[in-house]
Design a protein. Structure first.
Length: 349
């Protein structure tokens, strides 16, 4: 039971393949049945990773035929870039970063490959969603939510206005199952993954493992990372992520970061709080007041906190469009629908 509990936790936190890699070297110290369970989990993940790799290549090549530039993002590309093996990171879905203007063409191209978008939007709603939203999920013949395309890194209300075109200019190349394709640079990956982990309150250990892996890469340009973080107002988020990787995984924080990223007493306090949540299996309700208060505390500038609150309150999306059907001429009133629904949610809390 003790081993099964460990494996269940590793699976939930997305680190089972890494655990197998670590323990296989001392397999003689582990009960045979426990090692067999771990190996089967690893092999299942390997099989899925290979199937997803082939599907990623099929999609990437199809879009390349139409001259559409995309970046392989997270998942398989990250596994290759950080761990050197797609099998060492839990395989879930296929993630692509795209130019927003290419979404209609991409939607039609992947539909020819058997993918159906979750969102069925009118043209005016689609134009609005490309400004206020950030992703669209597609179901494939091999399962639901198999493909996600993103034209922004987070919902607009998080108030981190990343230069998406800069991501494409600075792109690196990684080989997934032998196929070279564009992905984020190591520096951009560290920033983007820090934001992603923060959005989910660092609730899975694999996100800290990813940050730790990038922190240990040689020749990482910390000056560029710090400059971007300062420009975006997310230096505190990066600092909290590094502190958590250090506290929970004993990952070394590069000395260069202290010279580049400012020391922050609030980041220390936040890391202590969040570490307790992670180790106690506490799960944040991402629609609760406590969650939104935490997101505000993670920002170091009052101006960013105000932008967060304003956008959270007045940026409508698919939920508002589904709740009330308004003619195009009255579409500005969806802001009031958003305010009403948000108020009702707060009162319920």
């Amino acid at each position: 039971m003790r081993w099964q509990r460990l494996f269940d936790l590793a699976e939930r936190h997305g680190v089972l393949p890494l655990l197998y890699q670590r323990l296989s070297g001392g397999a003689q110290l582990i009960p045979a049945d426990a090692m067999g369970t771990l190996q089967r989990g690893y092999e299942t993940n390997l099989h899925k990773a290979m199937l997803l790799s082939l599907e990623l290549i099929r999609i990437y090549d199809r879009l390349a035929e139409d001259g559409i530039e995309v970046l392989a993002y997270k998942g398989l590309a990250l596994a290759e870039a950080v761990y050197g093996d797609v099998a060492l990171r839990r395989a879930g879905d296929i993630d692509l970063l795209i130019h927003a203007c290419d979404f209609p063409q991409i939607r039609d191209a992947v539909r020819e490959l058997g993918y159906t978008p979750h969102l069925q939007l009118s043209k005016p709603q689609e134009r609005a969603y490309l400004k206020s939203g950030y992703e669209c999920a597609f179901d494939g013949t091999a399962g639901p939510n198999l493909l996600e395309v993103q034209w922004a890194l987070q919902p607009r209300f998080y108030a981190v206005d990343f230069d998406m075109e800069g991501l494409f200019r600075r792109a690196a190349v990684v080989a997934v199952a032998g196929r070279p394709m564009k992905t984020l640079s190591a520096e951009d990956s560290f920033i983007v993954l820090s934001l992603h982990a923060a959005k989910h309150v660092w609730g899975r250990l694999i996100w800290l493992c990813d940050l730790a892996g990038i922190m240990n890469l040689p020749d990482l340009d910390w000056a560029a990372i710090a400059a971007q973080a300062e420009k975006l107002g997310i230096a505190r988020i990066l600092r909290v992520g590094m502190l958590l990787a250090n506290r929970i995984l004993a990952a070394s924080i590069p000395a260069a970061t202290d010279a580049r990223l400012p020391q922050d007493a609030t980041a220390e306090k936040l890391a202590e709080e969040i570490e307790r949540h992670i180790t106690s299996d506490f799960v944040f309700n991402v629609e609760s007041l406590a969650y939104f208060r935490l997101m505000l505390r993670l920002r170091e500038h009052n101006s960013d906190r105000l932008r967060f609150l304003h956008r959270l309150t007045f940026t409508p999306g698919p939920g508002e469009w589904e709740a009330v059907s308004l003619p195009a001429a009255l579409s500005p009133l969806y802001r009031l629908v958003r305010l009403s629904r948000l108020t009702a949610r707060v009162l319920r809390d």
